[in-house]
Design a protein around this ligand. Sequence first.
Ligand SMILES: C[S@@+](CC[C@H](N)C(=O)[O-])C[C@H]1O[C@@H](n2cnc3c(N)ncnc32)[C@H](O)[C@@H]1O
Length: 328
Amino acid sequence: MQTYDRYVNAVPTYHGFGKHLLKQMVDEVQVAMNHSSKTVLLGFNDYAKHLINLFGESNQILAVVESDSQKHGWKFRSIPVMALDEAMQLQPDVFVCTAVEERHEFLGRITAHPDYRRQPISYFPRPTTMEESVYQPWSHSSFYRRLRQLKAQAPISMMDEQKILFLLELLEQTLYLSGDVLEVGVWQGGSAWFMAHLLLHEALPKKLVLVDFFETLPRANSESVMCLDEIKSSFAFYPHTLIYQGNVDLHPEFVNMRQYCFIHYDLGFDAARLQLCFDCLQPGGILLLDNYGLITANPCLFEHWFAQRGHRIAAAPHSEQGWVIKHA
Ligand SMILES: C[S@@+](CC[C@H](N)C(=O)[O-])C[C@H]1O[C@@H](n2cnc3c(N)ncnc32)[C@H](O)[C@@H]1O
């Protein structure tokens, strides 16, 4: 026990590595070793390497499972790195997840296997706080993690990560429907950029229609920093993007040329504009109102408008967003 403690204490502290996590992992693997359990580590990283240094000679660590296929076939101190399916064939008893951010995905993939339906896996940090206990897509889903990495390339958005998450989760709900995707109120393209990435990821050839004043917004307006060339360039990765510049109230054709499964309405209340958009929404489609809950924008205006049409706005729990599912 003391030998392990000494080893862990001597590991240097560096960015992205949690010594307290390694301590928790060592305790867990030690229990597995004491029970002579055949153990598989999930994630080839420094935690796994340290565990192999400490316990690899016992021959009870069968393999390290890694999502990155480029690492399959590698060995570290003769412990092989492989895909999950291959490791399952070794019939392990215990899974220790050293890939902190992938724990939710590994749990899902292991319990999808018929022999491991009820398999507990040891994951870290041990869920002691609410934050550690709850699935957090920006950290735990490979799609959102990749988006986060790409985020440096994203145009600036007025929306924070939580609001973008809600936007994408709702958009995803509607992708089974036919029709395209509309954003009215694009500004520099920040929220739309994330929508385009989701559409690309789902490999759906849906058009992404973006409507804003862009450079026709008067120079004196404090939001007037939209450069059309810059916005076009930001969306080059998604060739199904259609960008329309001008006042949507004067150009209904920007909107009503198509039907939509999802509309992100990110501007203030206007009855005619709302009607224009809602008329083009497929039954079952979702309209997300970004500014619904802002008291300064008067949420009742939106509520009355939808109530008159037999619809009700659902308020998002942690932001001013509200959404409506169009009745079939
Ligand atoms: C809140 S911002 C959009 C923020 C954006 N979705 C983001 O992620 O940062 C609202 C935008 O609506 C646009 N807008 C407001 N009224 C408009 C109109 N009548 N026609 C076209 N665009 C309009 C403004 O130019 C502004 O860029």
